[in-house]
Write a protein that binds this ligand. Structure first.
Ligand SMILES: *Cc1c(COP(=O)(O)O)cnc(C)c1O
Length: 411
């Protein structure tokens, strides 16, 4: 008999985006002339910058000649890219990270999902609520979460609600937890943590012998200089934090696929008999068994982001989205909506007015303004009563969507 890993069967269907798609399709069938604008997608819309496409062309040409052809690359990623990452993202900010602490990945989703494989079955995880679903779902697959209750909470997971009432700053857990997932700037709320707030988390981890898995996918959107770009800006973090980066939102790499994970040599976990084990070599062992690297083309493309032209062009693309975010914040706030995020992240988190549920407000926005948002409840129980709007649209479409929301909806 072939038995299935029943932990996979505990996962509810990925219903959020399919339910949105179903509702949008039904609406379009009933209103064939309606021009629906989506401010719901979490994907970028601007094309790759020239520095990147030039690097891709050059790399493709190298692959076309026997003398410069490349097959399997080094398992941690090519040295040229790890060097550029360390120099620009860490040394330039005064952070000591060495090249062999950097693992090039094919995007942060894989590594944020896979890293839990290094943990024992019985570690207790803590997550902010609302949350990027990968952190919990991968731990469900790993058999670590218990059962899903009717309230939307897994029985063995500690939830740290983030809502307007606590300024979207998660409270330190009362009970002991072993691994804490943090994502800042946050998806979906678009909020950030101040340096002192992040320091409290690092101190907690040091004190409780816990680890922090820090997702910095939106780091490039930070505008306020006082907000940390990396958890390693915080004293003590080298001992307790693994950090995930992605070029997806930084440079429109959602279709190219490249990012990196930092596993400092000082990060350890314990065996049952109390021996400390460094995670860096274990992660290397895992990767060299299960992963054969991201493509040479993707890595050359990523390297180009760090050239002077690449930096300038990347900043322009981010400014483009942040201009949308500013326009969205202004318009929606003027209408009387409660708006969070959108200053250091490409996401705006809107409180639904008049006590509407997030799905009710989704329906109203779709039917009255022909604009698609993402219901906050889809990101966790504490997301109920909010919707997420993204700044990843084209300017014109975003402007049109805002005009319609203003004209057609009463708050
Ligand atoms: C988009 C996103 C990522 C990046 O995913 P990739 O696999 O690199 O495309 C990681 N974390 C969060 C929270 C995201 O929203």
């Amino acid at each position: 008999m072939t038995y299935i890993n029943e932990d996979f069967l505990k996962l509810p269907g990925a219903y959020l985006f399919s339910e949105i798609a179903q509702k949008v399709t039904a609406f379009k069938t009933q209103n064939p002339e309606a021009d629906v604008i989506s401010l719901g997608i979490g994907d970028v819309t601007q094309p790759l910058i020239p520095a990147v496409t030039e690097a891709l062309h050059r790399a493709a040409d190298e692959m076309a000649h026997a003398e410069t052809f490349r097959g399997y690359g080094p398992e941690r990623g090519y040295g040229f890219l790890r060097k550029a990452i360390v120099e620009n993202d860490f040394l330039a900010r005064g952070i000591e990270i060495s090249e062999d602490e950097v693992f090039v990945n094919d995007g942060a989703k894989s590594d944020t999902g896979n890293f839990q494989e290094l943990l024992g079955k019985d570690v207790r995880i803590a997550v902010t609520d609302p949350i990027y679903p990968v952190y919990i779902d991968s731990n469900v697959m790993g058999g670590r979460t218990g059962e899903l209750g009717a309230d939307g909470h897994w029985s063995n997971v500690v939830y740290m609600p983030c809502c307007a009432e606590n300024g979207f700053v998660p409270a330190l857990p009362q009970e002991d937890v072993d691994v804490i997932y943090l994502c800042y700037p946050n998806n979906p709320t678009g909020t950030t943590l101040a340096r002192e707030e992040l320091q409290q988390w690092v101190d907690y981890a040091l004190e409780h012998d816990a680890l922090i898995f820090y997702d910095a996918a939106y780091e490039a959107y930070i505008q306020d200089d006082s907000i940390p770009h990396s958890i390693y800006e915080i004293k003590g973090a080298r001992r307790v934090a693994v950090e995930f980066h992605s070029f997806s939102k930084t440079a429109g790499f959602t279709g190219i696929r490249c990012g990196y994970t930092v596993v400092p040599h000082d990060v350890t976990a314990s065996t049952k008999d109390g021996q400390r084990i460094a995670l860096n070599p274990v992660w290397n062992r895992r990767q060299s068994t299960k992963f054969n690297g991201t493509s040479y083309l993707s890595q050359r493309a990523a390297e180009a982001i760090y050239t002077p032209a690449g930096k300038l062009q990347t900043k322009q693309a981010i400014d483009y989205y942040m201009q949308n975010a500013r326009m969205m914040r202004e318009t929606l706030t003027d209408m009387g909506l409660e708006v969070y995020g959108g200053t250091d992240a490409p996401y705006l988190w809107i409180r639904t007015p008049k006590g509407m549920t997030s799905w009710q407000f989704f329906d109203e926005m779709l039917h009255k303004a022909c604009v698609v948002c993402t219901p906050g409840a889809g990101f966790g129980p504490a997301g109920e009563g909010y919707v997420r709007l993204t700044a990843f649209g084209q300017h014109e479409a975003t402007k049109e969507a805002l005009e319609r929301i203003k004209r057609q909806m009463t708050i």
